[in-house]
Ligand binder design. Sequence first.
Ligand code: ATP
Length: 260
Amino acid sequence: MTLDVERLECRLGGTPVLEGIAGLTARAGEITALIGPNGAGKSTLLKAIAGIERATGSLRLNDHDLMALPFEKRAEHLYYMPQELSSRAVLSVFDVVLLARRTRIREPLEQALEQVRDTLVALELEPLAERELGRLSGGQRQRVAIAQAAIREPALLMLDEPTSALDLHHQLQVLDWLARFAHERQAIVVVALHDLSLAARFAQRMWMLANGRVAASGTPGEVLTHARLREVYAIDAHIEWPADEPPRVTPLTAIRPLGR
Ligand SMILES: Nc1ncnc2c1ncn2[C@@H]1O[C@H](COP(=O)(O)OP(=O)(O)OP(=O)(O)O)[C@@H](O)[C@H]1O
């Protein structure tokens, strides 16, 4: 089970935003980290895969040609969690997660309720189960959105900066849970992240974008090099290579304007 992206192009408001995106593969059971500076095209790429932005090229998810599927049909196979989350619902945390699960219309209610309870426990959201969505903090809202996304159990789960509002505990806890989710459900999980050490720790594969193009893809060790961090992020960084562990990146200095 893989997602394969080839020759992807996307224009927004007449401007080319993604150009010649090719050679990107994400595998079932793994986390793929989508990295790159502000404006590199990460959200646009995820939205193009989801069918929210129009694009040309080739997108294959397992045996499906996603480009041939209209938005609603793609949605049967994938889910995209955006960066900006709405918090206006007056429903409780439990109810919004249950509603997300009820897209499976043939599932008995008792089974759905059990799945919701398990997911809330796993994401440490149980104490908030009866709280209205509009009365949550930013990080709590983000964790509920992750629960709403994952409980659909899509073949392809795409999360746009899911840890941007989370404290250190919940950054680790959520990514650890997503790694187990990917493995147990054999889901393809693609996560846009800014923290390179966190990305390297939990992702088996990385897609690095810069200026709407692929700057690199491969394992964290292959992608995260001094030269590439200078070129793509315009930073000097200290990269540690602990034995048998993924690289750790400490950003040191911004060396020039980034341009975007
Ligand atoms: N509607 C639009 N019309 C024209 N250009 C757009 C539009 N939306 C986004 N862009 C541009 O497309 C580029 C890619 O934006 P995108 O949101 O995909 O970047 P990103 O890598 O997700 O950035 P960030 O890390 O800041 O979230 C940016 O230069 C942005 O200004």
